[in-house]
Structure formats: structure tokens, C-alpha cells
Design a protein around this ligand. Structure first.
Ligand code: 173
Length: 321
């Protein structure tokens, strides 16, 4: 039988209708590199609940779990290969995917400014090409890193100290003379307890989440860099979304970033809580503090330039004040 043109149009319409019915809802699997009871996941949970409530029929998130579900340092690769769709992660945990991931600690401007000045686009060019990922958004800012130690110092000198690190701190702490040991957060408590390390690097907030305050005597001020905790997504999974799904996802991520004002107060609250818990502050005079912070960035950018000169040069003006 010869088909009439109107029959073909009818068939096309029905196909279109069917595909719009079938494409209606997608569920994305999300894992976290950070502990489920920690502050980052605590803040992500209500966001996921709202996402799923508003995303009915469009897009849903299925939270798989934290480091018990997948080891922290394996999450980046799982996003790259599509084993999971989305991760809450920090660049230091997926330098095995691309060394540039750790450069995000060097941003000195707000996340909103990074979106405006082209930093996000520059990041995504690299994340797309080298990581097979979309850098969706950054949910933590204004959280400088600190040295926490049980061995008192009176100047910026870590000679004779064993310090737990991730790639965030490696170059800087080694420049200060430390012996460094890389571990995921989940191993810090035991390392302190057994005396495997004298101290550790961590942001100003969150040391109570895994009870490290029980094993911590001193915090060194000032802080340096800015803790980066972000949502990253498998690039093919991102591209598979319909325009409406992608728009919904981006809207939700922007809403999450709009809540980042939380972190300034959290830093102040955590500083007070540490003092109350008996953690003493080691502070340097103004000139030494400035030299300490300047050195952190100098060493950090030098390390970046050594690992990936072209991309470090591209990022530096976009990340700096
Ligand atoms: O110390 C760490 O484990 C680390 O690199 C990090 C990065 C971002 C937020 C918290 C910790």
C-alpha cells in the first residue's frame, strides 16, 4: 500500500508524542566524596529533597551515599566513566582524572564572580575535554584551609612534623618542611589516634563532623586558599538531558549557590566552637601572616604551572583578585 503524505505526518506526530511521554522523567545517580553526616552532605540533602519535589516528571536525583558507598578518591573516575551521573566532590580528590582539578582551591573571588568573569566557562572547557565532565556549580566558598596540629609552633615551620594531606596542601606544607602523608578524610581520626600523623590540613569548618576535635590541640592562623566543593556531572549524561531538564538542573544549581552566604557565618561559628572545645589558636604577627598566605599562593600557582603550564596561565587571571 502506498502511504499518503498525511499518514506520514500522523505517524511522525504519534512518534513525537510517544517520545515526549517516554522522555518525561530521568533519574540521576549522585554520590558524595564527603561523609554523609558531614556539613557538605547535610546541606545537600534538603537541596536534593527540594529538587525532587519540584522536578517530578522532569528530573530526579537518587542519592547513593558517601565514602562507604564509594571510596573518596575513586569518585572522580566514576563520574568520568559514567558509573555515576553526578558527584559532590572536590578537585583534590580527582587529580587522578586531571591534575587541574586541584587548581580550583586557588580562586580568590566569589563563585558568582567566577560565573561572570568567564572562570566557569574556562573551567568547563578543561573539565569537558580532559574529564569528560560538566562542572555544574560550587556549593562551598569562604572556607579557608588551616593547619591543625598537636605540636606547637611559633613560626611557619613544620620541620619534624608528620602532616596528613591531600593534593591541596602538598606543595605548601612541604615548602614549610613537613613530612606529608596523603589520606582521605575517613582515615584522619585513626591516623591521629595512632600517632601516624601529628596534624592535618582541613578547612575552618567541619572538624567536629568526624570527631577530630578530640585529637586536635592547635589550629594555625591564618587560613589560606578556599575549600572548593562542587557538583560535577558525567558529560554524556549532561548532554543527554532535554533542554527543559538541563534548564531545570541549572536553575536548581544556581539556587544552591545562592545559599553560599551560609559559609561566612559557619566559619565564624566553627572558629568559636573550636575555641570552646579547647583547641588553641597559633597566630603570627601581621607581617608573618601576610608572608605565610602569600607563600601559600606562590607555591600553589608554581605547582599548578609545573603540572599544566598552559591551563595554569589561563586560570590565574580569572581566579585572582
Ligand atoms: O583536606 C581535604 O580532604 C581536602 O582536600 C578538602 C577539600 C575541600 C573541602 C574539604 C577538604
Amino acid at each position: 500500500m502506498k502511504r499518503k503524505p498525511w499518514m506520514q505526518i500522523g505517524a511522525a506526530l504519534m512518534l513525537g508524542l510517544a517520545s515526549s511521554v517516554w522522555a518525561q522523567e530521568t533519574t540521576l545517580r549522585l554520590v558524595s566524596s564527603f561523609a554523609e553526616n558531614g556539613i557538605y552532605v547535610q546541606r545537600l540533602q534538603p537541596w536534593i529533597a527540594k529538587f525532587n519535589a519540584e522536578g517530578k516528571g522532569v528530573l530526579q536525583i537518587n542519592f547513593i551515599g558517601g565514602p562507604k558507598a564509594m571510596p573518596s578518591f575513586e569518585v572522580g573516575n566514576a563520574v568520568k566513566t559514567g558509573v555515576v551521573d553526578i558527584a559532590l566532590n572536590t578537585g583534590a580528590f580527582y587529580t587522578n582524572v586531571m591534575p587541574e582539578a586541584d587548581f580550583l582551591k586557588l580562586t580568590q573571588i566569589t563563585v558568582a564572580e567566577q560565573r561572570k568573569n568567564g572562570a566557569f566557562d574556562a573551567i568547563n572547557r578543561v573539565w569537558n575535554e580532559k574529564g569528560n565532565m560538566q562542572y555544574l556549580g560550587r556549593m562551598v566558598e569562604s572556607q579557608p584551609f588551616h593547619i591543625y596540629t598537636n605540636k606547637k609552633i611559633d613560626k611557619p615551620d613544620l620541620n619534624g612534623q608528620k602532616i596528613r594531606i591531600t593534593p591541596v596542601y602538598r606543595d605548601f606544607f612541604q615548602a614549610l618542611g613537613a613530612n606529608v602523608i596523603t589520606t582521605p578524610p575517613g582515615e584522619v581520626y585513626t591516623a591521629l589516634e595512632r600517632g601516624v600523623v601529628d596534624g592535618y590540613g582541613w578547612p575552618i569548618g567541619g572538624i567536629f563532623d568526624l570527631n577530630w576535635h578530640e585529637k586536635t590541640k592547635f589550629r594555625v592562623d591564618p587560613g589560606f586558599y578556599d575549600a572548593e566543593v562542587s557538583l560535577i556531572m558525567n558529560l554524556p549524561a549532561y548532554k543527554r538531558l532535554s533542554d527543559a531538564q538541563r534548564a531545570f538542573l541549572n536553575k536548581q544549581v544556581l539556587a544552591l549557590e545562592a545559599e553560599n552566604t551560609f559559609w561566612v557565618k559557619f566559619a565564624a561559628d566553627e572558629t568559636a566552637r573550636q575555641a570552646k572545645a579547647g583547641i588553641q589558636t597559633i597566630a603570627f604577627d601581621a607581617a608573618t601572616s601576610k608572608a605565610f598566605r602569600d607563600k601559600a599562593y606562590e607555591v600553589g600557582w608554581a605547582g599548578a604551572a609545573k603540572q599544566s603550564p598552559e591551563i595554569a596561565a589561563r586560570f590565574k587571571p580569572l581566579f585572582s583578585k
